[in-house]
Design a binder for this molecule. Structure first.
Ligand SMILES: Cc1cc2nc3c(=O)[nH]c(=O)nc-3n(C[C@H](O)[C@H](O)[C@H](O)COP(=O)(O)OP(=O)(O)OC[C@H]3O[C@@H](n4cnc5c(N)ncnc54)[C@H](O)[C@@H]3O)c2cc1C
Length: 289
């Protein structure tokens, strides 16, 4: 557990999160910025962006370079870890990452949207064999068999960690590029996962090839369904329900950017980031009286 209590934890380093962080730092708040991948890998893929006011004809990567260098010049604490859970506690929020825990007085969710079709059985068995964090839940599978479905190369570390605890680790990489070779008790499979099957808990992972008999399935995506990160958050369809002040239904939790809904555009994400952090600062002022 990191002992420092941040004023605001910003989860996600895309346009919304960087914008919130910049304004928060200008207002002299202690900000922890959580980003586990590149700053908006999604936007970095855009060949040409020509609708952001004042910066015409720029690549997505170029624009993110402007955004991130401006934000980081104001020295937020950048934490290159994936947030797996946020829990409200007495006066703060506990932010759980794949490595440790942090505390903050307010939270801004700026996780973007990754179109995600959940596996059949995923929601049903969440917490009963399905997990999004090996470091958090790995010990429950000591000497058991697990599968790791990973959409990012980060999953390779998680599979290695699990291989120290578990009897067998089936690793199913779902990303492009070089994938690791099978080694020791880690079996790297090209099979396409289809369905999680069980009764009271997970028993099998069905794939397009074989059914794997497993006790647990770890699913590592670029972004997890937000309701799994922060249980109890109110959604509007698949996006986070917010008011004009970007407040969610949970006091002290705000949201900005694509995760609050359309239009999915940079300018909207940047603007919402500013509103969210100003609302968070007002919340801090009201709660420090
Ligand atoms: C190919 C492409 C081209 C586009 N072109 C344009 C364009 O020309 N103009 C335009 O206005 N818009 C464009 N968009 C849309 C634009 O990219 C988005 O609207 C914008 O990036 C949204 O910003 P955001 O900060 O809300 O989310 P994102 O940019 O998605 O950023 C979210 C960040 O949060 C991080 N994250 C997620 N979960 C966690 C977690 N649990 N822990 C830590 N970090 C986490 C992610 O790694 C990511 O970096 C384009 C999108 C794509 C895909």
């Amino acid at each position: 557990m990191n002992d420092k209590i941040f004023d605001i934890a910003v989860i996600g380093g895309g346009p919304a999160g960087l914008s919130a962080t910049l304004t928060g730092r200008i207002r002299n708040k202690q900000i922890a910025l959580f980003e586990h991948l590149e700053f908006s890998e999604k936007l970095q893929k855009a060949h040409l962006v020509d609708n952001y006011l004042g910066i015409p004809q720029v690549t997505g990567a170029g624009l993110m370079q402007h955004f991130s260098s401006h934000c980081l010049a104001h020295q937020p604490e950048l934490i290159k870890e994936k947030v797996t859970n946020v829990f409200p506690s007495e006066d703060t929020f506990i932010i759980v990452t794949s490595q440790t825990t942090y505390q903050a007085k307010a939270v801004i969710l700026a996780t973007g949207v990754v179109p995600t079709v959940l596996f059949a059985g995923e929601r049903e068995f969440l917490g009963r064999g399905v997990s999004y964090c090996a470091t958090c839940d790995g010990m429950f599978y000591k000497d058991k068999d697990v599968a790791v479905i990973s959409y990012t190369a980060e999953g390779e570390h998680e599979a290695s960690y699990l291989s120290e605890l578990c009897r067998t680790v089936y690793y199913l990489p779902r990303y492009k590029g070089t994938v690791p070779e099978s080694r020791g008790n880690i079996h790297v499979l090209s099979a396409i996962p289809k369905k999680i099957i069980g009764d009271t808990g997970v028993e099998k992972l069905a794939t397009d090839q074989d059914d794997l008999k497993v006790d647990g399935v770890f699913i590592l995506r670029q972004s997890d369904p937000v309701e799994n990160i922060l249980p109890g958050i109110e959604l509007n369809g698949e996006v986070i329900k917010v008011g004009r002040d970007m407040a969610t239904n949970i006091p002290g939790v705000f949201a900005a950017g694509d995760c609050t809904g359309q239009p999915w555009q940079i300018a909207k994400a940047v603007g919402e980031g500013v509103v969210a952090v100003l609302s968070a600062i007002q919340y801090l002022q009201e709660h420090s009286k």
